[in-house]
Design a protein. Structure first.
Length: 187
């Protein structure tokens, strides 16, 4: 039943409910009340980011996720992940964070070449490679944007996260450079 019909039922029985002027007035008032009801319903759903549509931007602002792109489901997942994130710097923390979003990942902490540990054929990395960690999302060629954005937001500031499959883009974009002394710098 619409609000216009409910308002008509409130009128005294002596009113001519079918009169044109009264019908137009009841329809206008009823439409305004229907719009107010729809707005109130969206606010009730916005109490949690699970059921919000109109208030998703507000949740993103509160969580510091402004400028997010992707589908509404990806954006909602990013908000939920941020709200669940208690904080941590360990590998297990980031593995659990990805698992909460439904992804299985492997994290490899890269190490520089050391004469006492490494042998011929081992990868040679510069000493600052200890500040770079590599993430592989199991079963996916490209990591999802929601995971990349979340990890880049929560990672320690002195580190760089490289997702497998994104290494070539990092080098091609010029983000990884060697300084004059030969040290690698991530910019």
């Amino acid at each position: 039943m619409t609000h216009a019909e409910l308002l008509a039922l409130l009128l005294p029985s002596s009113y001519a409910r079918q009169a044109e002027a009264l019908s137009v007035e009841l329809a206008a008032e009823g439409n305004a009340l229907d719009a107010a009801q729809a707005s109130a319903d969206s606010i009730v759903g916005g109490a949690t980011p699970l059921f919000t549509e109109a208030l998703l931007e507000g949740w993103e602002r509160v969580c510091g996720l402004t400028g997010q792109s992707g589908t509404e489901a990806d954006r909602t997942s990013a908000v939920l992940a941020r709200l669940r994130a208690v904080g941590g710097l360990s590998r297990d923390y980031f593995i659990d964070l990805a698992a909460a979003l439904g992804y299985t990942i492997l994290i490899e902490e890269l190490q520089p070449f050391r004469a006492s540990r490494n042998r011929v054929g081992d990868m040679i990395c510069v000493p600052t490679i200890v500040f770079v960690w590599q993430v592989e999302v199991i079963g996916m060629d490209q990591p999802p944007a929601v995971l990349i954005n979340l990890f880049n937001e929560l990672k320690p500031a002195w580190t760089a996260v490289v997702f497998v499959g994104a290494v070539n883009r990092l080098i091609e974009s010029g983000a990884a450079r060697l300084t004059e002394t030969g040290d690698e710098r991530i910019v």
